[in-house]
Design a protein around this ligand. Structure first.
Ligand code: PXG
Length: 461
């Protein structure tokens, strides 16, 4: 079918009509698009988006948790342009590779914490997590332990949308699409005190119980059947669930004692988000493998990777050919953008600023919203935050059905001129790491106004 609308259109209604007729969107009920129309984003500057009606909206989500250096960075565009003129594409299959890809693998080995030293490239976080499932299973096969196949992850974890990545993820609604999880994927509770803590439990007690859930699950399956545990240092898309300090040391101990690999999904927490280069550093995790994406290129071009230790790499080498890879693994233009992105981050001291200045300021200002009658809990670390809306802070009562108040609040926030991510009734924020104190003030003031409007709709204020 040919497009029935003028594709040279510039007005909102015409874009919306074309979009409605031909474009299938992820993660939105098409009936809502039909009724309300798509918001058309036509440009951006710094930390603000510009929509097709000319409105400026503060992007408190850095796109989808990825535009870490903010919008309009000509250096990144130039890096892509220069590389495309020089060599727009060549692959890393077999015996070839392009200079930016090679250089990036070295830069990442220097930047990453602990024993991580080797990089396998891909283009999305989902592809990288699929890669992890295949490589980790191969790692155990090569060592004569083919029964070690099962991955343990957590409810409310998001690890991507491909078959294996969605199986790793802990969302029933996603599992319902495509008959997931695949065999060999198990889920345990996350350290989510607000929604899962017993009435008399402290966050640390909930964290300890969530770690014991891993020990119990491994015992139940048998350590000889468990390949790896995968977790985000801070669960991101699942509602910015920050673990208590006792959680990760316990998880790590349990993995080591049971000969289970520990995988950190750093797709959101990587590249400065928590005030260190990687979330693993903020939480003292010594991972065997890591997934990175998003902030690697500040989202300017798609690129992701699986990082691994010498020990993992050496075992994989014993197996000979690794029959796994993507056309765009190590894409030269994406690699050039990643290199320039990391160079700018170092030159501008972005991570230090998040750790010492904007991160603490953002956390302090967000926590002012704790006095709001609709806010049950404020969570966050670095430039990652969330506001858990709740009926009653003291009893931690959630709304029923879950999700409606969050969706309403999201609309009000947009109308106030700020974009958050609504997950259930949790309003998540993950602004560009270049956000200024003044823009943090703008973010918090607009958030308060949007939450006020939501509370008034509910008759709470
Ligand atoms: N791991 C984590 C921790 C993620 O947050 C992925 C893997 C998958 O990455 P790709 O590049 O395949 O999307 C993600 C992605 C949301 C939202 O609604 C979150 C993500 C992606 C899209 C939407 O908050 N996270």
């Amino acid at each position: 079918m040919t497009a029935t609308t003028n594709t040279a259109a510039t007005d909102t209604a015409t874009w919306q009509e074309l979009d409605r007729r031909h474009h299938v969107h992820p993660f939105i009920d098409p009936r809502i698009l039909e009724e309300k129309g798509t918001r058309v984003i036509v440009g951006a500057e710094g930390r603000h988006l510009i929509d097709s009606d000319g409105r400026r909206i503060l992007d408190a989500m850095a796109g989808l948790w990825c535009v870490n250096l903010g919008y309009g960075r000509e250096e990144l565009a130039r890096a892509a342009y220069d590389q495309m003129v020089e060599l727009p594409y060549y692959n890393t299959f077999f015996r070839t590779a392009a200079p930016p890809t090679i250089e990036l693998s070295g830069v990442l080995a220097d930047l990453t914490p602990g024993r991580i030293a080797h990089t396998f490239f891909s283009s999305s976080g989902s592809e990288a997590n699929d890669t992890i499932v295949r490589l980790v299973r191969r790692y155990w096969d090569i060592q004569g332990k083919p029964a070690k196949k099962t991955f343990i992850s957590r409810t409310y974890a998001y690890h991507g949308s491909t078959m294996a990545a969605a199986s790793l993820g802990g969302f029933e609604a996603m599992h319902a699409v495509g008959g997931l999880p695949l065999p060999g994927f198990e889920h345990i509770m996350p350290p989510y005190w607000f929604a899962m803590g017993e009435p008399d439990e402290t966050p640390e007690e909930t964290g300890a119980r969530a770690a014991r859930a891993l020990e119990r699950k491994i015992a139940q399956l048998g350590p000889d059947r468990v390949a790896a545990f995968i977790g985000e240092p801070v669960i991101g898309a699942g509602g910015v669930i920050v673990p208590p300090d006792n959680y990760w040391p316990e998880i790590q101990r349990i993995c080591r004692e049971n000969d289970v690999l520990l995988v950190c999904d750093e797709v959101i927490t990587g590249f400065g988000r928590t005030g260190e280069w990687f979330g693993a550093q903020t939480f003292g995790i010594d991972a065997d493998l890591m997934t990175i994406a998003k902030g690697l290129t500040s989202g300017y071009l798609p690129m992701s990777a699986v990082l691994m230790t010498d020990a993992v790499f050496e075992v994989l080498c014993e197996g000979g050919v690794i029959p796994h890879g993507y056309t765009y693994s190590g894409h030269p233009a994406a690699a050039a953008v990643a290199l320039e992105n990391l160079r700018l981050m170092k030159e501008e001291g972005v991570v230090e600023r998040v750790r010492e200045d904007t991160g603490p300021y953002f956390q302090a200002r967000l926590r002012e919203l704790n006095d709001h009658p609709l806010v049950g809990e404020v969570r966050g670390v670095g430039l990652l935050g969330s506001l858990e809306l709740s009926k009653d802070r003291a009893s931690r009562e959630l709304f029923d059905p879950v999700g409606q108040v969050g969706a309403l609040c999201h609309e009000h926030l947009y109308d106030e001129g700020v974009i958050f991510r609504a997950m259930r009734d949790v309003m998540c924020t993950s602004p560009p790491l270049t956000i200024t104190r003044g823009e943090i003030d703008e973010l918090v003031e607009k958030a308060r106004a949007g939450i006020d409007r939501t509370a008034r709709d509910l008759g709470i204020m």
